[in-house]
Design a protein around this ligand. Sequence first.
Ligand code: SF4
Ligand code: SF4
Length: 336
Amino acid sequence: MQEALLYEKLNDQTVKCNLCAHHCKIKPGKSGICKVRKNTDGTLYTRVYGRTIARHIDPIEKKPLYHFYPGSSAFSIGTPGCNFHCSFCQNCEISQVVNEDILEMGHKASPEDIVKEAKQSGCKSIAYTYTEPTIFFEYALDTAKAAKEAGLKNVFVSNGFMTAEMLDVIGPYLDAINIDLKAFHHDSYKRLMGGRLQPVLNSLKKVVEMNIWLEVTTLVIPGVNASGSELHKIAHFIADELGVDVPWHISRFFPGYKMNDVPITPMGTLNKAVKAGQEAGLNYIYIGNVPFSSEQNTQCPGCETTLIERSGYSILSNRIDNGICPECGSRIAVID
Ligand code: SF4
Ligand code: SF4
């Protein structure tokens, strides 16, 4: 086991973890809420360093990141564990450590192994994803440092519940991040995810201040966050606090895990969210989890010409010329 970073030693061999906003106080022999950080005799260890439970080459569009090297591939890794317990988690088999055996599963791979594989496979970036990268912070940090040296980009796909201290440490190595803004009510975060809203809002603002490319995802769930007023609050927070050029991915919910009795998000609700985004002034709004939707394409905010045409995770055409719309000359918020 590798000693953890970002923790304090308290009295009686208790430790306080400062990696995420839970700030768990952990007694000897016990683990934090994520179950992957364990106190052994007054030292906090991470139990997932150097072991991946998921490892795939994905289109960057799958993260989703639509404005960050469109059409490129991301070498994507994840370890077991998460600091949230979302009732709608699509990766609950690996995110929820219900049985400690899961911590021993997967493949051993050093940060250098990951970087070597990513380079050999022609990927542009390494994505820390599938579960919550905050939880495998030490592993992600060492990999991100090695990746940077090798000329690769680093992207996080996160629930945003990390601390400012963590962002300060990883920030210099991070090129892009997609953060879920799962609701705009503290109660929903508490009841359905086991978290809190405010730390997520803080992380979103800090990422923008740190100049890390940001895209935001909201899974729209009937009965949870699909009311007009909640969608307006989310859209306005993105536009007013983060910027109108931050892409908003509105994702369709499908029943699963502990929410089998909730229906699929109706198209009308997704369109209502798009309208909320437009009214808030957002320039780039996408609908996800709906194959062949025209709301997957990137349009010029100046003249509404379709600039990037997508089908699923594939790019069919990209007309953006050095960050400029060829039709009207507007600058497009894209990193390429
Ligand atoms: S990462 Fe978060 S959940 Fe895990 S031990 Fe630290 S504070 Fe607790
Ligand atoms: S934050 Fe993501 S990985 Fe973690 S429980 Fe929620 S949906 Fe699953």
